[in-house]
Write a protein that binds this ligand. Structure first.
Ligand code: PHE
Length: 348
């Protein structure tokens, strides 16, 4: 064996040992390795050009050894690249794209459960002729309280802990979307058939069961000869459709300054089928909305003749419907933006 072949073999063995001991951890180190061994002025280039000095009869063997080493270096490079899961910047500075790498898991967005339920409610009422109306979140006293038969110092104002923004004139964060109904009555002549979805605010301590803001859908229907039977039938249609099953309902007499008579509507608890559980506080029934016949004074406040027209109104919390539909038991989840919570909801 010639000296050239001997020393070539020894050199390659040494390189292999060095490579075996390498612990490449970064893209920069891998790039250095590439330039050092595979680059246009790199070690493999030198080895290949050394072959020309080898005696003719050993050239073939020499070429074989060098080619084997080249394969070894290339495999080492590819495997390290995969291990680091990176794309190597090409020497010409091209954008680092390696089409062989696995794609990142795409985090596709989903709809918020409150949006899904709001949309469903809007859809159901649209089908029976209600139109969807929006209004401002910052309101004056008249639209939120005064026109709704709650004059200043009315004790029922305490039912809704209000965030006041200023006192003279009074501006506040609306406590219910009845304020939107007020704006509709102010600007539209009957017949009126609207639903008003939106965010409302009440100064309550944040806990699993109460929050300083939540979402409502309120409805208003004013026409000649609207009766309590219409109210009942409309709400019965709504609950059976939204929960997609035959739901038992009951009306309990209640009090709201803007409706007379007033009633709260309960549905039989869907989670325990009325047997009693923590959601229904072991009563078998869950309250889902307030309702009633629009108080004649409210109609008169908007110059709607209460001898000719009558109407019904109702208001519900979207969170409550969501709780029953999706078994969400903590109000805080809706606004924490926890991706583990949000990604569980998909639109049908
Ligand atoms: N505005 C009432 C509330 O926020 C709900 C309601 C609306 C009750 C219409 C009766 C009629 O609590």
């Amino acid at each position: 064996m010639s000296n050239t072949l001997n020393s070539l073999t020894a050199t390659i063995e040494q390189y292999q040992k060095n490579i075996d001991q390498m612990t490449i951890q970064t893209q920069e180190d891998l790039e250095k390795f590439r330039i050092n061994f595979l680059g246009s002025k790199g070690i493999l280039k030198d080895l290949m050009s050394a072959i020309k000095d080898v005696p003719v009869e050993e050239k073939k063997q020499c070429g074989h050894i060098c080619n084997e080493f080249k394969k070894f270096v290339e495999i080492y490079f590819e495997e390290t690249k995969k291990r680091l899961n990176i794309a190597v910047i090409s020497p010409k500075g091209h954008i680092p794209i390696d089409a062989t790498l696995p794609v990142y898991d795409q985090n596709r967005g989903s709809h918020h459960p409150l949006s899904i339920v709001r949309r469903d409610i809007e859809h159901l009422f649209s089908k029976i002729g209600f139109i969807v109306v929006d209004g401002p979140e910052i309101e004056d006293d008249w639209h939120n309280f005064g026109s709704m038969n709650l004059p200043e110092s009315h004790p029922a104002r305490d039912m809704q802990d209000t965030f006041y923004l200023s006192h003279n004139p009074t501006y506040l964060l609306r406590t219910h979307t009845s304020s939107v109904q007020a704006r509709v009555m102010e600007s539209t002549k009957p017949p009126i058939r609207v639903i008003c979805p939106g965010r409302v605010f009440r100064n309550e301590t944040i806990s699993a069961r109460s929050h300083c803001f939540f979402h409502q859908v309120e409805g208003l229907y004013i026409d000649t000869a609207v009766s309590f039977a219409d109210l009942k039938q409309t709400l019965y249609y709504f609950v059976t459709e939204i929960f997609q099953q035959n739901v038992q309902i009951r009306f309990r007499p209640s009090y709201f300054p803007f409706t007379e008579p007033s009633a709260e509507m309960d549905i039989q608890c869907l989670l325990c089928a009325g047997r009693g559980c923590t959601i229904c506080k072991h009563t078998g029934w869950v309250e889902i909305l307030g309702s009633g016949m629009v108080h004649p004074q409210v109609l008169e406040n908007f110059k709607i003749d209460s001898n000719v027209y009558s109407g019904f109104a109702f208001g519900m919390g979207i969170e409550r419907i969501c709780q029953l539909k999706y078994r969400i038991n903590d109000l805080r989840l809706y606004s924490q933006n926890d991706i583990r919570f949000l990604k569980q909801f998909t639109v049908k």
